[in-house]
Ligand binder design. Structure first.
Ligand code: SF4
Ligand code: ZN
Length: 673
């Protein structure tokens, strides 16, 4: 063990080395591309994020970088981070990125934001260095994956994982960033959580350091002997507020303790691995043992309340997986019956919606769809390891107990592959879906006597408040009014609180909502008009699916989804727009929303509703074409053709031309401003 002074002098040498590397690469860029050559990544709104966040300086091209490096005297404890960031960006510009995922886009960060706040991802492990061998690298990774930790792997460690056959994929919560220098991308990720969700502005160094220290559940695992550069990066990471844990037994536990992360791995009786790391796993056709549903065979899922059931009982009606031929399409019904004193009929769909997620968390199971149209794939590998239908029953039983402890006392699951039995249950299920739909249609904001808050995202955006109504889903798209109501029932003092309300208001403004919002935002917000974008609009944390923004010349709004990486007619990309509306700020004219909210009668109600939309991405048009009840708005699907999209309009003028040609209604509407 080296003493701390020895370590520091090594780190200082490493910093100096990183500086020289950055200077060399910048000099090379200057020689081949000139001083104006751009530096950075097209997928972020935060330039070079660490420099942007901590120093406030703008480094956008070679000349900026040169001047920036010249100003640094190398005594800053975080100098290595800046140097690594510049070097990695220069290398990127020169087309010399090492193998790996590289820089993580803002859109990925936002998508993960939700998982970070709701605890699906309880923490982030940044790993670099070199393990004793490939097998120990794999086992350390597995230990973290089982706890749902997101892993960003760099350096030789990442190579060892590949060697051990561990697949890296964002969907597995394991991202191989690249070599040691790629640690810069992990640092960029950390500071951007603060920028995107924490309402921290460029250059607010103290605020950022406090934020990372207190809110970001991330740590560094420095594996194996660490050289100068690695030590310099470790020193920088520690300065940033990321604890650095060095090799040794109990490394994972020490890291979790250092950041106060409580992550239990769920123990379920299944012969395959189980955990959030497998949620996004795909099973390709050649790897499928059997498949069910998908519109090609009869299938359904249903959760109902029933008295007199036996907890933990799993029944199979019909043949099991080994009773079918490989590659066969099988019928499948999943019936989960639950009971509990505080269980309500309204919560049945909330529980039912979870079946998809629960099944997806099993390695070798892939599940999508809802109700009478589910689609399941079982991989050959999972089958070989002994996975059978009853295991799905075990999973659903265990997870419903875990997630809804105060609602369900008993869970009993029946899996049906027998055609005749399935037919009978499906008819019963259809009647129940229908009954629910009638009830859901009656669930309007006018009829509700309480709305619910969601404060989950306050762990990252401390002043942000979501107010969720029957017709206004949370902006992440994952929390409906029923979800929030169930959430309140499960944890009465938790993030979902009821907000009493009576009557209707065209703008969606109520004194009770304002009182709540004022308190919950710690005095930062005074008023919410739930149905308006121009007057006291709702705030955004950062995990919204779409952004709605005003295009004044067109007297309407533009809608861009998170997946759209190009410039919008607002002259900005999604990432730039997102950067300016996140963090719990009110930004009249702009709003972060869930895709589903566009289908609501309350969407932009104060401004004239969907008729105000003048441009949207074609992806969102596809979504509306499929889901929207146009008749309810006195429209038909042809309305979508009046709205411009990226295939016919890139600029304001092109949007206007498209509107004029198609007689878009917004041209005749009252001026927005
Ligand atoms: Fe975050 Fe709002 Fe979604 Fe709750 S509803 S998780 S606060 S975005
Ligand atoms: Zn959020």
């Amino acid at each position: 063990m080296e003493d701390s002074e020895g370590r520091w002098s090594k780190a200082a040498d490493g910093s100096a080395a990183a500086m020289r590397m950055a200077e060399k690469l910048i000099a090379e860029m200057k020689a081949s591309r000139g001083s104006e050559a751009p530096l950075g990544y097209g997928t972020t709104a935060y330039e070079l994020p660490a420099i942007f966040a901590l120093t406030g300086e703008s480094v956008k091209n070679v000349a900026d970088a040169e001047a920036f490096l010249a100003r640094m005297d190398g005594t800053e404890r975080e100098a290595a981070l800046y140097a690594a960031e510049v070097a990695a960006a220069a290398r990127h510009a020169l087309g010399r990125d090492p193998a790996g995922a590289g820089f993580i886009a803002d859109s990925t960060l936002r998508e993960m934001g939700l998982y970070l706040v709701d605890g699906t991802i309880p923490g982030i492990a940044v790993i670099h260095g070199k393990a004793a061998d490939a097998a120990s690298a794999a086992s350390l990774t597995k230990e973290l994956q089982q706890r749902g930790i997101l892993i960003l792997a760099c350096g030789q460690f990442a190579g060892q994982l590949a060697e051990a056959g561990v697949k890296a994929a964002e969907s597995r919560r394991l991202i191989a960033l690249g070599d040691e220098l790629s640690m810069a991308h992990a640092v960029d990720f950390a500071v951007r959580v603060g920028l995107a969700f924490g309402n921290i502005q460029r250059g607010e160094k103290g605020k950022m350091l406090g934020y990372i220290r207190e809110r970001l559940k991330a740590f560094v695992l420095a594996v194996g002997e660490q050289d100068e550069l690695q030590q310099a990066i470790n020193a920088g990471a520690e300065f940033l507020g990321l604890p650095v844990i060095t090799d040794g037994a109990g490394m994972v536990q020490a890291a979790l303790d250092a950041k106060g992360i409580t992550a239990q791995s769920v123990q379920i009786d299944v012969p395959v691995a189980y955990g959030p790391a497998f949620e996004g796993e795909r099973i390709r056709k050649p790897d499928v043992h059997v498949e069910a549903g998908g519109g090609k065979s009869k299938s359904f899922e249903l959760v109902v309340t029933r008295a007199g059931i036996e907890d933990g009982r799993v029944t199979l009606v019909g043949r099991d997986l080994d009773g079918f031929e490989e590659g066969q399409l099988i019928p499948l019904g999943i019936l989960a019956e639950v009971s509990g004193k505080r269980m309500q009929k309204d919560f049945e769909p909330v529980l039912e919606n979870k079946i998809e997620l629960y099944c997806n968390r099993a390695e070798g199971l892939w599940f999508t769809g809802k109700r009478g149209l589910i689609w399941l794939r079982v991989s050959k590998d999972a089958f070989r390891r002994g996975l059978r239908l009853a295991h799905m029953g075990n999973i659903i039983h265990a997870m419903l107990h875990k997630d809804f402890p105060s609602l369900v006392d008993k869970v009993q699951v029946t899996l049906i592959t027998d055609e005749a039995a399935l037919e009978k249950e499906l008819a019963r299920a259809r009647a129940i879906y229908e009954e629910r739909d009638v009830r859901l249609r009656g669930l309007t904001d006018e009829a509700a006597d309480a709305f619910y808050s969601c404060l989950l995202c306050q762990s990252f955006a401390p002043d942000h408040v979501c107010v969720i109504t029957p017709e206004r889903v949370g902006l992440c798209g994952s929390v409906s009014w029923l979800d929030a109501k169930a959430g309140h029932e499960i944890t009465p003092s938790g993030p979902n609180q009821p907000i009493a309300k009576s009557g209707d208001d065209i703008k969606g403004s109520w004194p009770s909502v304002d009182d709540y919002v004022r308190k919950a935002s710690h005095g930062h917000l005074d008023r919410f008009c739930l149905y308006s974008i121009m007057e006291s609009p709702c705030t955004a944390c950062g995990c919204f699916e779409c952004i709605v923004g005003i295009l004044p010349e067109a007297n309407g709004f533009v809608i861009v989804d998170r997946e759209f990486a190009e410039e919008t007619p607002l002259g900005m990309k999604f990432s730039t727009l997102a950067g300016s509306i996140s963090g719990g700020q009110q930004a009249p004219g702009f709003m972060g929303v869930a895709k589903r909210f566009m289908l609501s009668r309350k969407f932009l109600r104060a401004e004239g509703g969907i008729r105000r939309v003048v441009w949207m991405t074609s992806r969102m048009k596809g979504f509306l074409r499929e889901k929207m009840d146009f008749a309810a708005f006195g429209l038909d699907a042809g309305f979508l053709d009046m709205i411009a999209d990226e295939t016919n309009a890139r600029t304001t003028q092109e949007v206007l031309d498209h509107m004029t040609k198609n007689a878009h209604p917004a041209l005749q509407m009252e001026r927005l401003m």
